[in-house]
Design a protein around this ligand. Sequence first.
Ligand SMILES: *Cc1c(COP(=O)(O)O)cnc(C)c1O
Length: 466
Amino acid sequence: MRYISTRGEAPALGFEDVLLTGLATDGGLYVPESLPHFSLEEIRSWRGLPYAELAYKVMYPFVEDAIPADDFRKMLDETYSVFSHQAVAPLVQLDTNEWVMELFRGPTLAFKDFALQLLGRLLDYVLEKRNQHVVIMGATSGDTGSAAIEGCRRCEHVDIFILHPHQRVSEVQRRQMTTVQGDNIHNIAVKGNFDDCQRMVKESFGNQSFLGGKTQLAAVNSINWARIMAQIVYYFQASLALGGPDRSMAFSVPTGNFGDIFAGYLAKKMGLPISQLVIATNRNDILHRFMSGNKYEQHQLEHTLSPSMDIMVSSNFERLLFDLHGRDGAAVKALLENAAKGPVSIEDYRWKHARKLFDSDAVDDKTTCETIRDVYEQNEYLLDPHTAIGVRAARNCRRDSAVPMITLGTAHPAKFPDAIAESGLSVKPQLPAHMADLFEREERYTVLDNNVSEVQGFIAKHWKNA
Ligand SMILES: *Cc1c(COP(=O)(O)O)cnc(C)c1O
């Protein structure tokens, strides 16, 4: 399998190189040159497989040039054995034909564990084979940082430096990062905001000379193809559990960067019968505005009760635009260069095609709280604010009540106690047993000034072989 850039100019790469690269050299994102396609008969034969085995069936075509089958199977067994539920991605029923798929049974209680637990193992495997080392540098406002740290804590060939804005992440989120012990784990609290952190990461990827040529940076955000790949699997899992592929399914996906929902779109292209995909956003609704009026326009960032979806531009949307433009990289490049300057539209027939593929909705904080309250009163089941947005969008956009509607449950409610309190419920979401002592664990992090040379100096001095 070869991977090509959405902007058409960077060289095609194999899986190993795509794994170790962030953006393509032309500024694009990597996508598979062609997708595997599974027949209904083949998908049907996967009924009843354990999650790790299903993951092997769905993902192996993407990695087969780089990893022998047995090694990949072993890696997947390890990856999904750290989840705290035997079914890995269990389904919970809310109503007739209405479901939540709980993707928060991993070590950091958000769906990002599905990809980042695998990514850490993939990186270490490929780096061992190549006798290479990488430094992961990432900025986080919450969930990505902790999932990346948990995913890489046992990697021998990876040092990980995560920047978070000092005193501006929730205590649960900070402790999930700073209480993980390991010589290769480094938390940096920057005296600035999330944008400052992101700017420093971007600048460092652009010029890596501070590392003295002895190692290189690798990315763990959702521009990394391996993350999208791992997220395709659970669409198959949910469908098979509810009678697929002999009936089609609808999915509602809380999204900001268009990562998780893009994986659903790929599952459909790979042969899984999906009749509806709902894009669920919060007030940062660039995707919903595009789907409603064919205008892709950056607005100011709004802080919401669902912070993991607080974005201004949606990075993975570029991967969909590439398909909408018949995989014409030059057209995507021109469009996105214009989008950086002001609002853009696409040709009407392309936009109509997008509308056939997706429905969309934007849900504000008040309605998010209302939904948390409604579902608790109906089912005594607590939704986190991100999942609540998905459930509300599913209810608003539903087309056919005979089709099971599955909302992706992206986080555990105990990660976002403020939203639960704000919804007026008196119940307090409890952290699961394996994290019950989070507030007693020892924290480790370094506070640095909002200054890129200080941060780079710290990294250059503290990675393993420095
Ligand atoms: C990251 C995250 C999302 C959004 O994921 P996308 O990659 O933007 O689709 C939604 N909910 C939670 C809890 C998250 O951590």
